[in-house]
Design a binder for this molecule. Sequence first.
Ligand code: AHN
Ligand code: ZN
Length: 327
Amino acid sequence: MSKIGLLLIAFLFTSCGQRQNVENSSTAMKEEQSVTNNTPDFNADSAYQYVANQVSFGPRVPNTKAHKDCALYLESELKRFGANVFIQEALLEAYNGEMLESKNIIGAYNPEATKRVLLFAHWDSRPFADSDPDKANHYTPIDGADDGASGIGVLLEIARQLQQKSPAIGIDLIFFDAEDYGTHTGEVERKDHTWCLGSQFWAKNPHVPNYKAEYGILLDMVGHKDAQFYKELTSLKYAAPVVEKIWQTAKDLGYGRFFINARGGGVVDDHEYVIAGRNIPCVDIINYDPNRNGFGDYWHTMDDTIDNISTATLKAVGQTVLEIIYN
Ligand code: AHN
Ligand code: ZN
């Protein structure tokens, strides 16, 4: 055999050997990850089912049967998943003078832990499709599959995971009521304080005296198939390190197409009242694109239906939040 032939064989050996090593070390790394990674696998099909179940009651507008029935469903699910449940009832005045029979539904895990994280969403749905392209729908209640049900669906799946395996910290889940009964567009002037009535009430009357958490995460419209989450401005102002941790974690997990590494707009939402009233830094994960159409075209229209909900979006949000609370 020629010298060149021998060299070639030697080269093939070394290169094969190296490749083998690379493969071995990457397998070892994967194994190590699955051993050290505490985070459970978020089941997006299960979350989707919780969204569909809420929608199946009909629009969850305060003072309706669908709203009452859905409240009982949410309460019983939290109990089924082993939470310590608090029901906070309040009669809250809407912008139009209507008195809303409201219920904040709260589930606590590890109630004795002093280090706590608060996860929240709103469970009511908007009484009118006042952004619908068809004016005839401007007083028709919406399904609110995304606007309302999606955040709660993700939190219920997180509750199911919390029951199976407890993280090192305490977790509180709050399902706020009467978020979406704010001023009707075109009927009256927009007033910020007419939104988020349930969270305003809770911030003044927390379910636990002097309630405190390290930080909070609000999930609002987290299930639409085309959702994109920009870094919301109030969240950046009061909870920048948590924002950065969430967006970096999402990117690392491969969800960068949902969690956009850019500043969004500022939105009036439940997190404002939790920040201001309880001095808890909070992040709003919300489908809001300041450069395109703000909230999606479907927002506050008859098109906010279960057909637009995607398990891929629910998974991106749910898995990211689980990663944050388990590590
Ligand atoms: C407005 O800015 C009108 N609302 C933001 C809060 C919201 C309404 N989230 C869902 N619906
Ligand atoms: Zn809304």
